[in-house]
Structure formats: C-alpha cells, structure tokens
Ligand binder design. Structure first.
Ligand SMILES: [Zn+2]
Ligand SMILES: [Zn+2]
Length: 155
C-alpha cells in the first residue's frame, strides 16, 4: 500500500491527461511524450516540451528554453538538477528512484516506475472517461478501448 501512495503522490510535469482534440485518454510513450489512444494526437508534458526544444537547439540556456516552450524557468532548473535534461554535464552519481529507491544515473524515477506510474494514471483516466462517456451511450470505440484496458492491466 505504501508503494501505491508513492505513485499517487509522484508529481509529473503537467502530464497531459485528456486529448485536447477528442477527449480520449493520453497514453504515456516515454520521454515526456503521450499519444491519444483514440485519435493518435501527440502531446508532451513540460519535460517533453523542453527536451524537444533543447534537442533541436543545442547550447540554449534555461532562460531561452523557458521562453520558447512556455515552461517555467524554475521547473527547467529542477529538471536540470535532476539530470533529466542535459544542457550542462553534471554528476548524477547519487540519484535514486523516488518511488522504488533503485539507483539511477539520471532522472527522478527509474524507467520501470515511470511506466508503472503512467499505467496507473491511465487506468484512473479510463475510469473517469468511461463514467463520462456512459452518459452519452457508448460509441463504436468503446468496446475496443475496454479490451485494450484489460490487456494492459494483465501485463
Ligand atoms: Zn484524441
Ligand atoms: Zn523505480
């Protein structure tokens, strides 16, 4: 149970939850990228936005990245400190996963916990989504979505 609450408390960088295009659940793809399971629209969280920007514009400062992405500079500094971004080389030798405690070379959580966290979030969103959708009667995508959800839970 303690582990569950750590997942619940874990704070991500404005993770997109619902698709701005169709209201579908946004599924975590890795590296701050999320894809709508219904219309395949792609959204990024703050980390994804900044990471993309820095990849395309090597050598930018945190201030420039903040201005270009709209992500606040303090958040970018935190990402840098955490080693999630690589603007400047730093020593990340003593980082630990905030959820399971495994040692990490970069980031706040290990890749396994990151995926697990996002799957839990998606399960919650599916629950909310299906409650919302049941009001209108289910569309054609409903059953497929439900099956996919069950498959993911089994993994
Ligand atoms: Zn969508
Ligand atoms: Zn972990």
């Amino acid at each position: 149970m303690a582990r569950l609450s750590l997942f619940d408390d874990f704070d991500v960088y404005n993770r997109p939850q619902e698709c701005p295009m169709c209201g579908g659940v946004m599924i975590f793809k890795g590296c701050g990228e999320y894809k709508c399971e219904q219309c395949k629209h792609i959204e990024y969280d703050d980390y994804g936005k900044v990471r993309n920007y820095i990849e395309k514009n090597k050598g930018v400062t945190a201030a420039q990245a903040a201005q270009a992405t709209g992500v606040n500079q303090k958040t970018i500094r935190t990402m840098l400190k955490e080693g999630r971004l690589e603007i400047a080389p730093g020593s990340n030798a003593y980082l630990k996963c905030e959820i399971c405690g495994v040692s990490l070379r970069s980031g706040r959580v290990c890749p396994r916990c990151e995926v697990e966290f996002n799957r839990r979030m998606e399960a919650k969103l599916h629950e909310r989504h299906s409650k919302m959708m049941s009001g209108f009667g289910l569309g054609a995508g409903g059953e497929e979505g439900a099956k996919r959800f069950i498959r993911e839970k089994e993994i």
